[in-house]
Design a protein. Sequence first.
Length: 72
Amino acid sequence: MRDSLRQKAVEVCDKKIAQKGDNVGISFYAFFKNKNDTPEILMEAARWWIETHRLDHFEKAVKIKSMIEKGE
């Protein structure tokens, strides 16, 4: 996953955790605007989430943040 996407994902996780606590769930769609203006980056996130890690549609934001920070 490219660095800019990793940074954005961590920012989104931090924001969601701050708003709703450690049990908040997210999907990779949370990293994007409603308008799909960067399909290649969306697919990169989808591959990381679905193909590489076989994650459920919703996962805990703390789990995703931890995985990203570890470089998984």
